[in-house]
Ligand binder design. Structure first.
Ligand code: EPU
Length: 422
């Protein structure tokens, strides 16, 4: 297993290109199952999770072609030869459940392994299944698999989610495009990835209205055609790299960054005393002098502060002047980075969904363990700020969501290298 060695203490200067969004690409790729025509995604991120989704689609009969070193993906699902998403793939990546809705809509049946538990929370898929039932599917759970059937096809319905779920909104949106009649999704997720998915589906011929608000209306159509669609910028990669000069000092321009993708986060950077500027090419973050101010952060669905940036924000607040409180409201177990940060000298007290961080003067490098994707990158950020060397182990988590981290940070002057595992 590879690890990453970071030697802290260098201010960062330069620019970092931001890739297409992993979480948008993971919901755009299953859209191929809805059409007999090929769909092409440009600006795809080069990540192991994207490869896993490609492997899953191939197992269903999709032809997946990757060009430009993985930045362009063409998927052709002319014939679906298999309607089972197997446990061996689903267990590697929970987003695999997003093939359920499109398979059901196109073929009238689908079998998908249940994803099981996850490091950051229980993460059930009950809302996905209830949405499919509302659209007329019969669902049975057997042997760890969801068996879904809609012999007469799916039928439009009004679905009111009890709380916001990104994945359930995506699955329902994908399925409803080919359902007979009108579907209304209430308390739908409003994330930029949902908007990107809706725009891609509209370009394929779907009739969708209200995406980006909490009520989405879908008028089912008989067929969807092919499309070429650019994947929206990864707002989480963007926020992560905006934090790099914030922890080390310096100035970094994140190319492709747009404030509207990440406004709540930018407001917090501003409150912490950092300068954020929208430029022609992206978002520029500068830390000149002075301390980082302690701030309070609560994670919420979009447009609130994203849970996927909570760990990275904590890395910054470890050396803020004063006491910050971070409240995690999306996942019940998403503070596993806290004890690792504590190994580097951070003072963090976790109480349920609340973490109190009392700033210390400086973190100290230490060997640490990555426990999930965002936790791993928070440890890299902490390592960049720390005195001495930090060895981040188990970085396969990182490779799921960040492409070429060493290169992107290294180009701005960071001392960071990958140590290949045996
Ligand atoms: N939930 C249920 N039942 C469901 C679905 C969700 O109880 O059927 C709960 C979850 O357990 C969680 C909350 O609802 O407590 C919100 O989960 P949501 O469904 O919104 O999350 P997701 O679709 O599973 C996506 C991202 C996550 C991101 C969350 C929240 C993808 C592939 N994943 O997950 O990304 O944290 O939305 O924004 O889009 C990451 O990239 O590191 C990551 C974890």
């Amino acid at each position: 297993m590879d690890s990453i060695l970071v030697t802290g203490g260098t201010a960062l200067h330069g620019e970092i290109p931001i890739a297409g969004a992993k979480n948008a690409c993971l919901t755009l790729m299953p859209a191929t199952l809805l059409s007999e025509d090929p769909i092409t995604l440009t600006n795809a991120p080069r990540l192991s999770d994207i490869k896993t989704m490609g492997t899953l689609l191939e197992s269903l009969g999709t032809e997946v072609t990757s060009m430009q070193d993985g930045k362009v993906l063409t998927m052709s699902s002319h014939n679906l030869t298999n309607l089972t998403a197997d446990y061996d793939i689903v267990r590697k990546m929970r987003a695999s459940i997003l093939v359920l809705g499109p398979m059901l809509a196109r073929a009238g049946q689908a079998i998908a392994s249940l994803p099981g538990g996850c490091a950051i929370g229980a993460r059930p898929v009950d809302l996905h299944l209830k949405a499919m039932e509302a659209l007329g599917a019969q669902i049975e759970l057997r042997d760890g698999y969801v068996h879904a059937k809609a012999p007469q096809g799916l039928k439009g319905a009004t679905i009111e989610f009890p709380f916001v779920s990104v994945g359930a909104t995506e699955n329902a949106l994908l399925a409803a495009t080919l359902a007979r009649g009108t579907t209304i999704l209430k308390q739908a997720a409003r994330e930029p990835e949902i908007v990107d998915l809706a725009e891609c589906l509209i370009a394929m011929g779907a009739q969708i209205d209200g995406h980006g608000t909490s009520t989405i209306t879908i008028q089912g159509v008989d067929r969807l055609h092919g499309v070429t669609h650019p994947v929206v910028t990864d707002r989480i990669e963007l926020g992560t790299y905006m934090l790099a000069p914030a922890v080390t000092g310096g100035e970094v321009e994140c190319i492709g960054g747009k404030i509207e993708l990440i406004e709540a986060f930018c407001e917090k950077l501003d409150a912490a005393g950092l300068s954020v500027e929208q430029t022609q090419r992206g978002l520029k973050v500068k830390r000149t002098n002075g301390d980082i101010k302690a701030i309070n952060v609560t994670t919420e669905p979009f447009p609130g502060f994203p849970t996927d940036l909570q760990a990275q924000m904590m890395a910054l607040l470890c050396t803020a002047n004063g006491t910050s409180v971070l409240e995690e409201k999306i996942f019940e177990n998403r503070f596993m980075h806290a004890p690792e940060l504590a190994r580097m000298g951070a003072q963090i007290e976790v109480n349920g969904g609340m973490a109190t961080v009392t700033g210390v003067e400086r973190l100290k490098g230490a060997p640490v363990m990555a426990t999930d994707l965002r936790a791993s990158v928070s440890l890299i950020l902490a390592g960049l700020a720390a005195e001495g060397e930090t060895l981040v182990n188990r970085v396969y988590h990182l490779d799921r969501g960040y492409e070429r981290v060493e290169e992107k940070l290294g180009n701005c002057g960071a001392k960071i290298e990958r140590i290949k595992g045996q």
